[in-house]
Design a protein around this ligand. Structure first.
Ligand code: FES
Length: 362
Protein backbone atom coordinates (compact mmCIF):
# COMPACT_ATOMS: atom_id res chain seq x y z
CA UNK A 1 0.00 0.00 0.00
CA UNK A 2 1.23 3.45 -0.86
CA UNK A 3 2.23 5.87 1.85
CA UNK A 4 -0.78 7.94 2.79
CA UNK A 5 -0.07 11.59 3.37
CA UNK A 6 -2.22 14.67 3.70
CA UNK A 7 -2.83 16.58 0.48
CA UNK A 8 -0.28 19.29 -0.22
CA UNK A 9 -2.95 21.98 -0.57
CA UNK A 10 -5.16 22.47 2.46
CA UNK A 11 -8.05 24.83 3.24
CA UNK A 12 -7.50 27.52 5.85
CA UNK A 13 -10.12 26.22 8.25
CA UNK A 14 -12.84 23.70 8.94
CA UNK A 15 -16.07 23.87 10.87
CA UNK A 16 -18.91 21.40 11.10
CA UNK A 17 -22.25 22.66 9.89
CA UNK A 18 -24.70 23.31 12.75
CA UNK A 19 -26.53 20.08 11.87
CA UNK A 20 -23.36 18.03 11.87
CA UNK A 21 -22.12 19.65 15.05
CA UNK A 22 -25.38 18.74 16.76
CA UNK A 23 -25.00 15.20 15.39
CA UNK A 24 -21.49 14.95 16.83
CA UNK A 25 -22.70 16.11 20.24
CA UNK A 26 -25.45 13.51 20.19
CA UNK A 27 -22.96 10.87 19.11
CA UNK A 28 -20.66 11.63 22.01
CA UNK A 29 -23.43 10.90 24.51
CA UNK A 30 -23.19 7.25 23.45
CA UNK A 31 -19.77 6.95 25.06
CA UNK A 32 -18.89 6.84 28.75
CA UNK A 33 -17.43 10.07 30.18
CA UNK A 34 -13.74 10.21 29.38
CA UNK A 35 -14.07 7.76 26.49
CA UNK A 36 -15.36 10.21 23.89
CA UNK A 37 -12.27 9.73 21.74
CA UNK A 38 -13.63 6.31 20.84
CA UNK A 39 -15.96 8.22 18.54
CA UNK A 40 -13.07 9.43 16.41
CA UNK A 41 -13.91 7.27 13.38
CA UNK A 42 -17.58 8.22 13.06
CA UNK A 43 -16.74 11.88 13.70
CA UNK A 44 -13.99 11.84 11.08
CA UNK A 45 -16.37 10.11 8.73
CA UNK A 46 -18.91 12.88 9.27
CA UNK A 47 -16.26 15.43 8.45
CA UNK A 48 -15.48 13.56 5.25
CA UNK A 49 -19.15 13.35 4.31
CA UNK A 50 -19.38 17.10 4.76
CA UNK A 51 -16.23 18.09 2.85
CA UNK A 52 -15.74 15.11 0.55
CA UNK A 53 -12.31 14.43 2.06
CA UNK A 54 -10.47 14.71 5.37
CA UNK A 55 -8.59 17.97 5.61
CA UNK A 56 -5.84 18.91 8.02
CA UNK A 57 -8.00 21.61 9.70
CA UNK A 58 -10.75 19.01 10.12
CA UNK A 59 -8.31 16.69 11.87
CA UNK A 60 -7.43 19.46 14.31
CA UNK A 61 -11.09 20.29 14.93
CA UNK A 62 -11.94 16.64 15.56
CA UNK A 63 -9.00 16.36 17.94
CA UNK A 64 -10.20 19.37 19.93
CA UNK A 65 -13.77 18.07 20.05
CA UNK A 66 -12.65 14.69 21.34
CA UNK A 67 -9.91 16.02 23.58
CA UNK A 68 -7.22 14.01 21.86
CA UNK A 69 -3.93 15.06 20.25
CA UNK A 70 -4.26 15.94 16.56
CA UNK A 71 -1.42 13.53 15.80
CA UNK A 72 -3.56 10.62 16.99
CA UNK A 73 -6.44 11.70 14.78
CA UNK A 74 -3.98 12.00 11.92
CA UNK A 75 -2.73 8.47 12.58
CA UNK A 76 -6.26 7.14 12.29
CA UNK A 77 -7.08 9.15 9.19
CA UNK A 78 -3.94 7.97 7.44
CA UNK A 79 -4.31 4.34 8.54
CA UNK A 80 -7.82 3.66 7.26
CA UNK A 81 -8.13 3.86 3.49
CA UNK A 82 -11.82 4.71 3.75
CA UNK A 83 -10.70 8.24 4.62
CA UNK A 84 -9.84 10.34 1.59
CA UNK A 85 -6.79 12.48 2.22
CA UNK A 86 -7.15 14.46 -0.99
CA UNK A 87 -10.10 16.02 -2.82
CA UNK A 88 -12.27 13.52 -4.71
CA UNK A 89 -14.62 13.79 -7.65
CA UNK A 90 -17.89 15.64 -7.10
CA UNK A 91 -19.99 12.86 -8.62
CA UNK A 92 -18.02 9.75 -7.74
CA UNK A 93 -14.81 8.48 -6.29
CA UNK A 94 -14.24 5.06 -7.81
CA UNK A 95 -12.37 2.37 -5.92
CA UNK A 96 -11.08 -0.31 -8.26
CA UNK A 97 -10.08 -3.60 -6.67
CA UNK A 98 -6.73 -4.70 -8.01
CA UNK A 99 -6.15 -7.79 -5.88
CA UNK A 100 -5.40 -11.14 -7.54
CA UNK A 101 -8.91 -12.48 -8.39
CA UNK A 102 -9.95 -9.13 -9.82
CA UNK A 103 -6.61 -8.72 -11.54
CA UNK A 104 -6.97 -12.14 -13.19
CA UNK A 105 -10.43 -11.14 -14.38
CA UNK A 106 -9.45 -7.83 -15.93
CA UNK A 107 -9.06 -5.12 -13.29
CA UNK A 108 -5.98 -3.86 -15.14
CA UNK A 109 -8.25 -2.93 -18.03
CA UNK A 110 -10.60 -1.10 -15.66
CA UNK A 111 -7.68 0.82 -14.22
CA UNK A 112 -6.48 1.65 -17.71
CA UNK A 113 -9.95 3.00 -18.44
CA UNK A 114 -9.79 5.12 -15.29
CA UNK A 115 -6.49 6.53 -16.49
CA UNK A 116 -7.98 7.36 -19.88
CA UNK A 117 -11.40 8.57 -18.78
CA UNK A 118 -10.74 10.17 -15.39
CA UNK A 119 -7.12 11.02 -14.64
CA UNK A 120 -3.72 9.60 -15.35
CA UNK A 121 -3.00 8.91 -11.70
CA UNK A 122 -5.09 7.70 -8.82
CA UNK A 123 -6.24 10.33 -6.33
CA UNK A 124 -6.27 12.91 -9.09
CA UNK A 125 -9.56 14.59 -9.89
CA UNK A 126 -10.75 14.61 -13.49
CA UNK A 127 -10.50 17.82 -15.46
CA UNK A 128 -14.22 18.50 -15.01
CA UNK A 129 -13.98 17.81 -11.28
CA UNK A 130 -16.61 15.06 -11.42
CA UNK A 131 -14.57 11.89 -10.90
CA UNK A 132 -11.54 10.49 -9.18
CA UNK A 133 -10.31 6.93 -8.71
CA UNK A 134 -7.94 4.76 -6.75
CA UNK A 135 -6.81 1.16 -6.71
CA UNK A 136 -7.70 -0.68 -3.51
CA UNK A 137 -7.16 -4.09 -1.99
CA UNK A 138 -9.78 -6.86 -1.97
CA UNK A 139 -13.26 -5.55 -1.25
CA UNK A 140 -14.75 -8.97 -0.58
CA UNK A 141 -16.69 -9.52 -3.78
CA UNK A 142 -14.06 -11.65 -5.51
CA UNK A 143 -16.62 -14.17 -6.73
CA UNK A 144 -17.97 -11.48 -9.03
CA UNK A 145 -14.61 -10.10 -10.09
CA UNK A 146 -13.66 -7.65 -11.38
CA UNK A 147 -15.48 -5.10 -9.31
CA UNK A 148 -15.44 -1.51 -8.14
CA UNK A 149 -16.93 0.35 -5.19
CA UNK A 150 -18.55 3.77 -5.19
CA UNK A 151 -19.61 5.04 -1.77
CA UNK A 152 -21.24 2.07 -0.05
CA UNK A 153 -22.20 0.16 -3.21
CA UNK A 154 -20.27 -2.34 -5.27
CA UNK A 155 -20.56 -2.90 -9.03
CA UNK A 156 -19.47 -6.33 -10.10
CA UNK A 157 -18.82 -8.60 -13.09
CA UNK A 158 -17.56 -5.60 -15.00
CA UNK A 159 -16.12 -5.34 -18.45
CA UNK A 160 -14.53 -2.20 -19.79
CA UNK A 161 -17.72 -1.57 -21.76
CA UNK A 162 -20.07 -1.89 -18.78
CA UNK A 163 -17.68 0.10 -16.61
CA UNK A 164 -17.56 2.87 -19.19
CA UNK A 165 -21.36 2.86 -19.33
CA UNK A 166 -21.53 3.16 -15.54
CA UNK A 167 -19.31 6.22 -15.60
CA UNK A 168 -21.32 7.74 -18.44
CA UNK A 169 -24.55 7.14 -16.53
CA UNK A 170 -23.17 8.79 -13.40
CA UNK A 171 -21.89 11.72 -15.44
CA UNK A 172 -25.32 12.14 -17.02
CA UNK A 173 -27.13 11.83 -13.68
CA UNK A 174 -28.82 8.58 -14.64
CA UNK A 175 -29.59 5.98 -11.97
CA UNK A 176 -27.18 3.06 -11.80
CA UNK A 177 -27.78 -0.39 -10.43
CA UNK A 178 -25.40 -1.83 -7.83
CA UNK A 179 -24.40 -5.47 -7.80
CA UNK A 180 -23.57 -7.76 -10.72
CA UNK A 181 -23.69 -6.02 -14.06
CA UNK A 182 -24.52 -9.25 -15.87
CA UNK A 183 -27.58 -11.42 -15.71
CA UNK A 184 -26.87 -13.19 -12.48
CA UNK A 185 -28.46 -13.00 -9.04
CA UNK A 186 -25.96 -11.95 -6.38
CA UNK A 187 -23.18 -14.55 -6.61
CA UNK A 188 -25.31 -17.34 -8.08
CA UNK A 189 -23.93 -18.97 -11.22
CA UNK A 190 -24.46 -17.30 -14.55
CA UNK A 191 -27.31 -18.97 -16.38
CA UNK A 192 -29.11 -20.18 -13.29
CA UNK A 193 -28.61 -22.72 -10.54
CA UNK A 194 -26.26 -25.64 -11.11
CA UNK A 195 -26.69 -27.23 -7.68
CA UNK A 196 -29.40 -27.37 -5.01
CA UNK A 197 -31.96 -27.30 -7.76
CA UNK A 198 -34.52 -28.93 -5.50
CA UNK A 199 -34.65 -25.61 -3.65
CA UNK A 200 -36.94 -24.46 -6.44
CA UNK A 201 -39.65 -26.63 -4.92
CA UNK A 202 -39.49 -24.77 -1.62
CA UNK A 203 -41.47 -21.62 -0.86
CA UNK A 204 -39.72 -18.32 -1.32
CA UNK A 205 -38.60 -16.21 1.62
CA UNK A 206 -41.46 -13.82 0.95
CA UNK A 207 -43.94 -16.66 0.87
CA UNK A 208 -42.55 -18.09 4.11
CA UNK A 209 -42.93 -14.72 5.80
CA UNK A 210 -46.46 -14.42 4.48
CA UNK A 211 -47.28 -17.90 5.73
CA UNK A 212 -46.00 -17.00 9.19
CA UNK A 213 -48.18 -13.91 9.18
CA UNK A 214 -51.16 -16.06 8.24
CA UNK A 215 -50.42 -18.47 11.06
CA UNK A 216 -50.26 -15.52 13.45
CA UNK A 217 -53.74 -14.52 12.29
CA UNK A 218 -52.75 -11.15 10.83
CA UNK A 219 -55.20 -9.54 8.45
CA UNK A 220 -53.84 -8.68 5.02
CA UNK A 221 -53.05 -4.97 4.73
CA UNK A 222 -55.66 -2.89 2.86
CA UNK A 223 -54.42 -2.02 -0.60
CA UNK A 224 -54.31 1.73 0.00
CA UNK A 225 -52.25 1.31 3.16
CA UNK A 226 -49.69 -1.15 1.95
CA UNK A 227 -46.81 1.25 2.63
CA UNK A 228 -47.84 1.89 6.23
CA UNK A 229 -49.04 -1.57 7.18
CA UNK A 230 -46.56 -4.16 8.45
CA UNK A 231 -47.30 -6.30 5.44
CA UNK A 232 -45.14 -9.36 4.89
CA UNK A 233 -43.64 -7.74 1.83
CA UNK A 234 -42.48 -4.77 3.91
CA UNK A 235 -40.80 -7.11 6.35
CA UNK A 236 -38.96 -8.70 3.48
CA UNK A 237 -38.09 -5.27 2.13
CA UNK A 238 -35.98 -4.56 5.17
CA UNK A 239 -33.65 -7.29 4.08
CA UNK A 240 -32.72 -5.02 1.15
CA UNK A 241 -32.67 -5.54 -2.55
CA UNK A 242 -29.49 -7.63 -2.41
CA UNK A 243 -31.26 -10.27 -0.33
CA UNK A 244 -33.91 -10.87 -2.91
CA UNK A 245 -34.74 -14.44 -3.74
CA UNK A 246 -33.77 -15.62 -7.23
CA UNK A 247 -36.66 -15.18 -9.62
CA UNK A 248 -36.56 -18.81 -10.68
CA UNK A 249 -37.12 -19.87 -7.07
CA UNK A 250 -40.05 -17.57 -6.37
CA UNK A 251 -41.71 -18.36 -9.66
CA UNK A 252 -41.50 -22.09 -9.12
CA UNK A 253 -42.60 -21.86 -5.51
CA UNK A 254 -45.68 -19.77 -6.05
CA UNK A 255 -46.87 -21.64 -9.09
CA UNK A 256 -46.55 -25.16 -7.76
CA UNK A 257 -46.41 -25.06 -3.99
CA UNK A 258 -49.78 -25.30 -2.23
CA UNK A 259 -48.22 -23.79 0.92
CA UNK A 260 -47.83 -20.43 -0.81
CA UNK A 261 -50.81 -18.10 -0.28
CA UNK A 262 -52.47 -16.70 -3.40
CA UNK A 263 -51.68 -13.06 -4.32
CA UNK A 264 -53.68 -10.47 -2.44
CA UNK A 265 -56.54 -9.08 -4.52
CA UNK A 266 -56.65 -5.36 -5.23
CA UNK A 267 -59.71 -4.02 -7.08
CA UNK A 268 -59.23 -3.29 -10.76
CA UNK A 269 -60.32 0.28 -10.19
CA UNK A 270 -56.76 0.84 -8.96
CA UNK A 271 -55.23 -0.42 -12.17
CA UNK A 272 -52.71 2.17 -13.43
CA UNK A 273 -52.67 3.47 -16.96
CA UNK A 274 -51.41 0.66 -19.18
CA UNK A 275 -50.36 0.76 -22.81
CA UNK A 276 -51.01 -1.61 -25.66
CA UNK A 277 -47.42 -1.15 -26.83
CA UNK A 278 -44.27 0.84 -26.26
CA UNK A 279 -44.36 4.41 -27.53
CA UNK A 280 -42.63 4.59 -30.91
CA UNK A 281 -41.99 0.89 -30.48
CA UNK A 282 -39.13 1.67 -28.09
CA UNK A 283 -39.66 0.41 -24.54
CA UNK A 284 -37.43 1.70 -21.76
CA UNK A 285 -34.94 -0.71 -20.25
CA UNK A 286 -36.94 -1.45 -17.11
CA UNK A 287 -34.12 -3.61 -15.75
CA UNK A 288 -32.40 -0.35 -14.75
CA UNK A 289 -34.76 -0.45 -11.77
CA UNK A 290 -33.15 -2.51 -9.02
CA UNK A 291 -35.19 -5.66 -8.51
CA UNK A 292 -36.47 -5.87 -12.08
CA UNK A 293 -34.74 -8.57 -14.06
CA UNK A 294 -35.39 -9.67 -17.61
CA UNK A 295 -38.30 -11.91 -16.60
CA UNK A 296 -40.03 -9.19 -14.64
CA UNK A 297 -39.45 -6.68 -17.42
CA UNK A 298 -41.07 -9.10 -19.84
CA UNK A 299 -44.00 -9.59 -17.48
CA UNK A 300 -44.45 -5.83 -17.08
CA UNK A 301 -44.39 -5.34 -20.84
CA UNK A 302 -47.04 -8.02 -21.14
CA UNK A 303 -49.08 -6.14 -18.57
CA UNK A 304 -48.75 -2.86 -20.51
CA UNK A 305 -45.89 -1.20 -18.66
CA UNK A 306 -43.07 -0.10 -20.95
CA UNK A 307 -41.78 3.22 -19.67
CA UNK A 308 -40.25 4.70 -16.52
CA UNK A 309 -42.66 7.63 -16.54
CA UNK A 310 -45.59 5.19 -16.32
CA UNK A 311 -44.16 3.74 -13.11
CA UNK A 312 -43.14 7.17 -11.81
CA UNK A 313 -46.79 8.26 -12.00
CA UNK A 314 -48.20 5.34 -10.03
CA UNK A 315 -50.01 6.14 -6.82
CA UNK A 316 -49.74 3.85 -3.81
CA UNK A 317 -52.97 2.18 -4.92
CA UNK A 318 -51.66 1.69 -8.44
CA UNK A 319 -48.51 0.19 -7.00
CA UNK A 320 -50.51 -2.17 -4.81
CA UNK A 321 -52.55 -3.27 -7.83
CA UNK A 322 -49.44 -3.99 -9.87
CA UNK A 323 -47.83 -5.77 -6.95
CA UNK A 324 -50.85 -7.99 -6.52
CA UNK A 325 -50.76 -8.87 -10.20
CA UNK A 326 -47.14 -9.89 -10.39
CA UNK A 327 -48.11 -13.49 -9.59
CA UNK A 328 -44.81 -15.21 -8.82
CA UNK A 329 -43.08 -11.91 -8.10
CA UNK A 330 -45.74 -10.48 -5.82
CA UNK A 331 -44.25 -8.03 -3.34
CA UNK A 332 -41.31 -6.95 -5.49
CA UNK A 333 -42.73 -3.61 -6.61
CA UNK A 334 -43.29 -2.31 -3.08
CA UNK A 335 -40.25 -3.97 -1.59
CA UNK A 336 -37.87 -2.52 -4.15
CA UNK A 337 -39.52 0.91 -4.26
CA UNK A 338 -40.04 0.85 -8.01
CA UNK A 339 -41.95 4.12 -8.03
CA UNK A 340 -39.20 6.03 -6.24
CA UNK A 341 -36.56 4.46 -8.43
CA UNK A 342 -38.51 5.36 -11.57
CA UNK A 343 -38.94 8.94 -10.34
CA UNK A 344 -35.21 9.15 -9.74
CA UNK A 345 -34.60 7.95 -13.28
CA UNK A 346 -37.02 10.35 -14.96
CA UNK A 347 -36.13 13.17 -12.57
CA UNK A 348 -39.52 13.90 -11.02
CA UNK A 349 -40.45 14.04 -7.37
CA UNK A 350 -44.25 13.85 -7.53
CA UNK A 351 -46.65 11.94 -9.77
CA UNK A 352 -48.80 13.82 -12.27
CA UNK A 353 -51.94 12.05 -11.16
CA UNK A 354 -53.95 12.61 -7.98
CA UNK A 355 -53.23 10.13 -5.20
CA UNK A 356 -55.40 7.08 -5.00
CA UNK A 357 -57.16 7.60 -8.33
CA UNK A 358 -57.41 4.61 -10.57
CA UNK A 359 -55.76 4.66 -13.96
CA UNK A 360 -57.46 4.01 -17.27
CA UNK A 361 -56.25 0.54 -18.10
CA UNK A 362 -56.53 -1.15 -21.43
S1 FES B 1 -10.02 -9.61 -5.19
FE1 FES B 1 -11.32 -8.04 -5.88
S2 FES B 1 -12.96 -8.14 -4.49
FE2 FES B 1 -11.59 -9.62 -3.75
Amino acid sequence: MAVRRLYHIQPASFAFTPENEAWVKRELTKYPPGRERSAVIPVLWRAQEQEGWVTEPAIRVVGRMLDMPAIQVLEIATFYTMFHLAPVGRKAHIKVCGTTPCMLRGSDDLIAHCQDRIAGHQHEVSADGDFSWEEVECLGACVNAPMIQIDADTYEDLTVATFAQLIDDIAAGRAIRPGPQIDRMLSAPEGGLTTLKDIQDRPSAAAKTASLADVAGKEPAPAANVREAPAPTDIVAKAGARDQVPESRTEKATTSDPRVPPPQKVPDEFKPELLTGARDGRPDDLTRIVGIGPKLAQMLNGMGVYHFDQIANWTDSNLAWVDANLSAFKGRAIRDRWVQQARDIVGVTEPDTAGGMPGGGQ
